[in-house]
Design a protein around this ligand. Structure first.
Ligand code: PRP
Length: 210
């Protein structure tokens, strides 16, 4: 399989932007990419094979070498600290990680609780601030937690800000800007360096003009 590059793509909101970027870079991706539930899509004409993974799992596939490269959000890379190289900031799916909560509320002084999908990022952030908090890990709909009394604050992704607004929450601190990155397995990078360098160059040209 040394001639075929396996690319792990994140399903969901990043997917369309990532496909568009690859098409702009000149890769001919078939209509299968636009609407279906297939998890593996082969594009032999381009020497590419795509696997469609949950965004949080992309770096796992790349770390284990079952995908050579992948497209992963910086949020996931900060949270997971996988053994992969980051090759390029693709500048898509721009958003940020923030601390949010109900307006005009202080953190509970005795046992402040923070709900998040990013326990490591949240833990590190509050430790740096010198605040000891209890982290409550959730898998989604994080904004529910302060509304229903599960936590004082949340650490979550803010993109348009609509979810916070429509749920009456406000942002307290901005933690980190997030965009999608091209990542690579270190061994794949040694074996398939030419094909990977070509991918990086072609994407770089497109990203430069974004
Ligand atoms: C993400 C994030 C926020 C929302 C932010 O959730 O966790 O809830 O998007 O976007 P906005 O600022 O544009 O409103 P996602 O939709 O990925 O689903 P989840 O709640 O299952 O994590």
């Amino acid at each position: 399989m040394t001639n075929v590059l396996t690319i792990a793509m994140p399903k969901g909101r990043i997917f369309e932007e990532a496909v568009e970027l690859l098409r702009q870079a000149g890769y001919k991706l078939p209509p299968e990419f636009d609407d279906n539930r297939k998890l593996i899509i082969e594009v032999p004409e381009e020497g590419l094979r795509f696997i469609l993974a949950k965004p949080m799992d992309v770096a796992t596939y790349v770390e284990h070498g079952v995908a050579d490269v992948g497209i992963a959000g910086k949020d996931v890379l900060l949270e997971e600290e996988r053994d992969v190289y980051e090759l390029l900031d693709l500048k898509i799916s721009s958003c940020y990680l923030a601390v949010a909560g109900l307006p005009n509320t202080k953190m509970n002084e005795v046992a402040p609780r923070v709900a998040t999908k990013y326990p490591n990022v949240a833990e590190a952030y509050f430790r740096e601030q010198g605040e000891q908090v209890e982290i409550i890990k959730l898998n989604g709909s994080i904004e529910l937690a302060p509304l229903i009394g599960l936590s004082d604050r949340i650490v979550d992704i803010v993109s348009t800000g609509r979810t916070l607004k429509e749920n009456g929450l406000v942002e307290y601190e901005r933690i980190q800007d997030v965009t999608s990155r091209l990542i690579v397995n270190p061994v794949s990078y040694r074996i398939k360096d030419r094909k990977i360098d070509e991918l990086v160059e072609r994407l770089h040209e497109v990203v430069e003009v974004l």
